[in-house]
Design a protein around this ligand. Structure first.
Ligand SMILES: [Zn+2]
Ligand SMILES: [Zn+2]
Ligand SMILES: [Zn+2]
Length: 143
């Protein structure tokens, strides 16, 4: 993920690339598997620059979501979590959520084609995207 991508996506929405937007983008880019919350982002950012308020971070993240730079997730732990939209696919990858340790495992296959075909056929419904959260026990907690 490059700043060119960030710049282009922001521009499409009439937004400018600023240092704060760049910093938040860089942080998400170097924590790809982490699904960070706004608070976690703030904790990391303030180590480098002071006075970045939580409201600014939320606003920036919302801009990222609106312009297709990031995806916002709700993993039922009371916080919204964010990750960069890494793949070109318009369909989200899936998340496995461990109910013991809370770890989040990504499934980078769609695996929904059969269901999607059935829905499009039986409901005359054009599918644009989906969110799949699977709850269970991860392999480390199963031991
Ligand atoms: Zn799909
Ligand atoms: Zn676990
Ligand atoms: Zn993810």
């Amino acid at each position: 993920m490059s700043h060119r991508f960030l710049n282009q996506k922001l521009k499409e929405k009439g937004l400018k690339i600023t240092r704060q937007r760049k910093d938040i983008f860089n942080l998400l880019n170097s924590n790809k598997k982490k699904h960070m919350s706004a608070e976690e982002i703030q904790n990391e950012i303030v180590k480098k620059e002071s006075n970045l308020g939580i409201a600014t971070i939320y606003r920036t993240l919302q801009h990222f979501v609106d312009s297709g730079i990031a995806i916002k997730h709700d993993f039922d732990d009371g916080k919204s979590r964010y990750e960069l939209k890494v793949d070109d696919s318009s369909h989200n990858h899936h998340h496995l959520i461990c109910q013991k340790c809370g770890s989040i495992i990504e499934v980078n296959l769609d695996l929904m084609e059969e269901l999607e075909n059935q829905i499009e056929k039986n409901f005359d419904f054009e599918i644009k995207n989906h969110t799949v959260k699977v709850y269970g026990i991860c392999k480390n907690c199963k031991r």
